[in-house]
Design a protein around this ligand. Structure first.
Ligand code: NAP
Length: 308
């Protein structure tokens, strides 16, 4: 079956593209991806998405978008795209063992958590190391928690985690913070959050026990190193765009973000981008939704021009 539009990713960008292309009668197929619902599904209260004066929970917001798209006929497929062939038309996308053929593609595959790259970090994921406070905070009631990062994500996670932990230590590699003033102030005024600046993590213990028990820290100015006991270790240092599956077929910048050719266009006619996979500047739910709308409109016009 040849599809009109396949949307890769089911975050704000993908779901909004699905709403628009479904309403244009294009019967889009959305491939949910490894992290169905995208980053919103890993967050708590969203206070800045227009239309919700009291805020709305991220997972509810994204689920509402999905239902809205399904009401207009969008189909959702669980699974992730593992290979692509965008060199000829129709485009081909491999999900599990099946190749899907489509006339247009909207890439809304977002960005995934960045890790510190410490030797023991990956081995302890799920055993005390996490990139998602909303998912895992509950497990650290009355425990000692550490959050790494100096951006809005780190502030948000640290604040959220004070609901559970008896203390949250926020470790940042510099003195200055990338976080917005309001988020930083909120964290600074939270009595449960202790700030450690100019500090980096050198190692995480204890792989032998399959459990996080502590970390080795280093002050970047004095060079001093010391150990601290920690039960929960949350990494909140940004994201990496999910473009590896395109094997160099889509033009990206050196960090892997898709290079836009204007509007929602990529270097391949008929393949469009939407959301964080291209946007390293705004990266908001509302801007991702706006980008999803743009991509769907462009895909619709592209198909129309081809003689739909
Ligand atoms: P970010 O703004 O890129 O900040 C990443 C932070 O991690 C920076 O402080 C960076 O340090 C640090 N970092 C990066 N690599 C590191 C490493 N290897 N070791 C130690 N530290 C490292 O990412 P983000 O906080 O995820 O935010 C992304 C976007 O989402 C931003 O636009 C943000 O405003 C938005 N956001 C908004 C909200 C909200 O409004 N509710 C919540 C979360 C995120 P340096 O500063 O030294 O580079």
């Amino acid at each position: 079956m040849l599809r009109n539009v396949v949307i890769i990713g089911s975050g704000c960008a993908g779901n909004t593209a699905a709403i628009y292309s479904a309403r244009a009668n294009l019967k889009p197929l959305v491939i949910s991806g490894h992290e169905a619902g995208g980053q919103l599904s890993l967050t708590t209260l969203v206070e800045n998405f227009p239309g919700f004066p009291d805020g709305i929970n991220g997972p509810d917001l994204v689920e509402n978008m999905k239902k809205q798209a399904q009401n207009f006929g969008a189909e959702y497929l669980h699974g992730a795209v593992i290979d692509t062939d965008l060199s000829t038309r129709p485009f081909r996308l491999k999900v599990e063992d099946e190749w899907i053929e489509t006339r247009t593609v909207i890439i809304a595959s977002g960005a995934s958590a960045r890790w510190l790259g410490l030797p023991n970090e990956q081995k302890l994921i799920g055993h005390g190391v996490s990139s998602c406070a909303t998912c895992d905070g509950f497990f650290y009631r009355e425990k000692k928690i550490m959050v790494i990062g100096g951006g809005d994500s780190a502030m948000e996670e640290a604040n959220f985690l004070t609901r559970f932990g008896r203390q949250v230590t926020l470790v940042h590699r510099r003195e200055e913070f990338r976080a917005s003033k309001i988020m930083l102030d909120r964290a600074r005024h939270n009595p449960k959050i202790k700030f450690l600046t100019n500090t980096v993590v050198e190692d995480i213990y204890d792989v032998g026990h399959h459990l996080v028990t502590g970390v080795r820290l280093r002050n970047t100015r004095s060079g001093e190193t010391w150990d601290e006991e920690v039960d929960g270790f949350f990494v909140a240092i940004g994201h990496i765009p999910n473009t590896a599956i395109f094997n160099g077929q889509i033009s990206t910048d050196p960090d892997g973000y898709i290079l836009s050719q204007g509007g929602a266009r990529t270097n391949i006619p008929g393949v469009f981008h939407a959301g964080d996979v291209q946007d390293r500047v705004y990266r908001q739910a509302i801007s991702a939704s706006g980008a999803g709308c743009m991509a769907a409109i462009e895909a619709e016009r592209y198909l129309e021009a081809e003689g739909d």
